[in-house]
Design a protein around this ligand. Structure first.
Ligand code: ADP
Ligand code: MG
Length: 797
């Protein structure tokens, strides 16, 4: 078998011919009630090499027979025997390959594909069977040379005369060196002179192949052909030189055809080029959906970013707060439900009951275990966590050459209790605001929410800042308490404030033990200031809030790092005064007895408590906040209510409504734009269908050249791919261009800059969607086109 096909190939050029036998072929057409017997039991055999003319009246079945022989049309019954082999079992692919390999067609109206150049028309058959480029060109040039048209090969069909077009058709039929040439009235549209030239050419070709030619012209048939068969009503009337074929069994092999998608693209591209205007309008129309969706996405993208920014700002204003005394909202709710009875109580008794507020009050045990647990919150969920230690700061500052005690408070100290009772622990903490260090040890919190009015952001724990409000006001009490002699509304130079140094004194240097066992602040402030344990705090900057949203985040006045409080606690934990207080029933500062409730406050003030009094967690976003609260909730699982730690989530009340709303609006708008996308898909389907109708002839020609159904579908799919890709790219580019004026407009109206931003991934996705939808829309008509009957397609005008 292998040897056989090898020999077959070697001898193809010289030895190979084909013998055809039609045995009792019938082909009937039924339209409505009438049946036309186009071929009515035709039996005729052809020699391997001869020039046969078919004569007969119009409608006698000549074209039908040619189409059956050429495999363009199927016979109803009988058999077409090729080289002794029956074609009864031929599949579509066998017919396609047979047409491509062995048959050359020539038609009356040439059937040249008008949008392809002459050379491309001639190579098409070989393109379909996958012949290499070089060989294709070589063979095409040879056959164009043979018909005398080599120098016109780059012209377009419209630039040729009728006779030249027929020569192109002959060259095309010849290019694949077919064994059988079928010509259907090849000179029917030509003048006498040109007809003769064409006949000479065909006669020449009949020297080494079988040529079957249908003609209306008996003289030409008589003059040129070897044999004349007359047809009438689908039957052979006469045969001038009948032939009885012997038993040959020259088994032959067909090379299957296959058009690559690349060839299909090229074919479609040249076709599209012939209708540029229409193509552009189509692309533009179908890009409108893409433009719509692109702009909606760009806007929602930008708005979402704006919302996210606002959210982050809002969130930093409302951290999740865990205080020593928390509010157990669950308990509060249960209580209010049980007391929420509608009816008034009956009877004459009263009940002693704790208030709802008190019941809801929950003492959180902020022990080291909990602090460690909080420290393990994922950094991706919460960036900043502030641990505040409400501890007393013993502060002194040199004013006019003399050290004097100062505070960070922004209260009017002359009116607070401390002044009268001399018990510093009765005032809350040390005053001033605490800002969080982020979890990488950086002070990003300030950079995010505050800008410097003067000086620098703090870099060390001992750097402190002054917080001013939007109008550059700094709390007067804070300044007075720092020892500045200022009047209300007095303007101060920032240079006078920056660099201010405050000494932070350790308990052991600050307090003096009296013989009674009580402790009192020492009066030797300058000695305190120079002690080794004393830290020097420096005002490095004056900060102002960046936006209205974060105004009030830190109280107006002095602000210091949360880690500073921790350091002070660590330093004072073991101080004499703290130790004394730990083991005393009395207030070691005043000698008064203390109530149990006041004890923890006093202990923390003196630095005797080493756990923070407040933890503030700043989540990165609304979504991340849920992760934080979930994590905090997990701590309470399986714990008794006394051991539970409750937190206060103010931001929780600001729901994620804004995000959801944006999504909803986006979906609705995309929905609308999507409708126009579907509309354009339908439009593409209609246009493809029109194109299929327009190119019916071309489909027939391609089929005559051996194209498969798949190849035809592919050619149209390629065309819609180009259209879809084109409209996608066009749409995305237009949408992108539109974001510029849109942004200018939006900035004027809303003050928001750069709202519309087209995400490159969205752009890519849109182009893909456009292409896929368009190909889908065009595929159905493409399939319809591919199923068109080749014989009918060629008969169409
Ligand atoms: P010719 O080429 O000799 O003029 P045809 O082979 O074209 O004749 O047609 C033979 C007969 O078959 C005609 O009567 C024609 O109308 C009929 N016929 C051809 N194709 C079809 C078709 N697709 N449907 C119905 N009738 C057809
Ligand atoms: Mg005909």
């Amino acid at each position: 078998m292998i040897l056989k096909s090898f020999l077959h190939k070697v001898f193809k050029d010289r030895e190979e011919f084909m013998m055809l036998d039609l045995k009792h072929i019938k082909k009937y057409y039924t339209v409505g009630d009438t049946t036309t017997k186009a071929l009515d039991d035709v039996s005729v055999s052809f020699r391997e090499k001869e020039f046969v003319s078919i004569l007969g009246a119009s409608g006698s079945g000549k074209t039908t027979m040619l189409n059956v022989i050429g495999g363009l049309d199927r016979y109803d019954s009988g058999d077409l025997v090729i080289n002794g082999q029956s074609t009864k079992t031929f599949k579509d692919a066998d017919w396609d390959a047979y047409r491509n390999n062995s048959i050359g067609f020539i038609f009356q109206d040439y059937n040249i594909i008008t949008h392809l150049s002459i050379i491309d028309n001639v190579t098409m058959g070989m393109t379909l069977s996958g012949v290499s480029n070089d060989e294709k060109l070589k063979k095409a040039k040879e056959s164009l040379e043979r018909v005398g048209l080599k120098k016109h090969m780059n012209k377009k069909p419209a630039q040729l005369s009728g006779g030249q077009m027929q020569r192109v058709a002959i060259a095309r039929a010849l290019a694949n060196d077919p064994e059988i040439l079928l010509a259907d009235e090849p000179t029917g549209a030509l003048d006498t002179q040109t007809s003769r030239e064409i006949m000479d050419l065909i006669k020449e070709l009949a020297k080494d192949r079988l040529v079957i030619m249908v003609t209306h012209n008996p003289e030409l048939a008589e003059e040129y052909s070897d044999r004349i068969i007359k047809f009438n009503d689908g039957q052979v009337l006469s045969d001038s030189n009948p032939y009885q074929s012997g038993e040959v069994n020259n088994d032959f092999e067909l090379k299957r055809t296959k058009m690559s998608f690349w060839t299909a693209l090229k074919l479609s591209f040249t076709n599209i080029k012939t209708k540029k205007g229409r193509t552009f309008l189509t692309m533009f129309a179908s890009s409108i959906g893409i433009i719509g969706i692109g702009i909606v996405l760009a806007l929602s993208n930008g708005f979402q970013k704006q919302i996210d920014n606002t959210q982050a700002e809002t969130l930093s204003q409302f951290p999740i707060t865990i205080s020593r005394v928390g509010l157990d909202s669950q308990a509060a709710m249960q209580n209010s439900q049980s007391t929420g009875k509608k009816n008034f109580a009956k009877g004459q008794t009263v009940t002693a009951k704790r208030s709802t507020a008190e019941l809801a009050q929950h003492i959180n045990k902020l022990d080291t275990k909990y602090v460690d647990y909080v420290k393990n919150i994922k950094k991706s969920a919460a960036k900043d966590i502030a641990y505040s230690y409400t501890t007393g700061f013993n502060l002194v500052r040199q004013v006019n050459g003399k050290y004097q005690p100062v505070t960070f408070s922004n209260m009017d100290e002359s009116q607070t209790q401390q002044g009268s009772t001399g018990d510093p622990s009765s005032s809350v903490g040390v005053g001033g605001a605490v800002y969080p260090t982020d979890r990488n040890g950086k002070m990003s919190f300030l950079k995010q929410n505050y800008k410097t009015l003067a000086g620098k952001y703090p870099t060390k724990k001992t750097d402190i800042v002054l917080i001013a409000d939007q109008h550059n006001n700094v709390n007067i009490n804070a300044l007075k308490n720092l020892g500045f002699n200022v009047k209300n509304n007095q303007n101060l130079k920032t240079a006078d404030l920056i660099g201010t140094q405050v000494k932070l004194v350790a308990n052991d240097d600050f307090y003096q033990k009296l013989p009674t066992g009580n402790f009192v602040p020492s009066k030797d402030y300058s000695q305190m200031a120079s002690s080794a344990k004393t830290k020097t705090l420096t005002v490095t900057g004056i900060l102002r809030t960046k936006s209205k949203n974060s105004d009030g985040l830190l109280a107006n006045g002095v602000a210091y790092n949360d880690r500073l409080t921790k350091e002070v606690v660590d330093q004072n934990k073991k101080s004499a005064v703290a130790n004394a207080q730990r083991s005393s029933e009395q207030n070691v500062l005043t000698g008064q007895s203390i109530k149990d409730a006041n004890r923890p406050g006093l202990m923390t003030y003196l630095g005797a408590a080493s756990v923070p009094s407040t933890i503030q967690i700043y989540p990165k976003s609304f979504d991340q906040k849920d992760r934080v609260t979930d994590y905090l909730d997990k701590y309470n699982h399986g714990k008794s209510s006394a051991d539970k730690v409750v937190y206060n989530d103010l931001a929780g009340s600001i729901s994620s409504l804004t995000g959801g709303l944006m999504d909803a609006i986006t979906y609705v708008l995309i929905g609308f734009a999507g409708i126009s996308l579907v509309t354009s898909m339908i439009m593409i389907a209609i246009i493809t269908y029109t194109s299929v109708l327009e190119r019916t002839k071309e489909i027939g020609v391609l089929k005559a050249l051996g194209a498969r159904k798949k190849d035809i579908t592919r050619a149209f799919d390629a065309e819609t791919t180009i259209l879809g890709l084109g409209s996608g790219v066009l749409g995305v580019v237009i949408a992108w261009l539109l974001t510029f004026p849109a942004n200018v407009l939006l900035e004027k109206v809303t003050d928001l800059s750069n709202v519309a931003q087209l995400n490159p991934w969205h752009a890519l996705l849109l182009i893909i969607i456009s292409t896929v939808l368009t190909v889908l829309g065009g595929h159905v008509p493409a399939r319809m086109g591919s199923k068109k009957d080749a014989a009918i397609a060629l008969r169409s005008e």
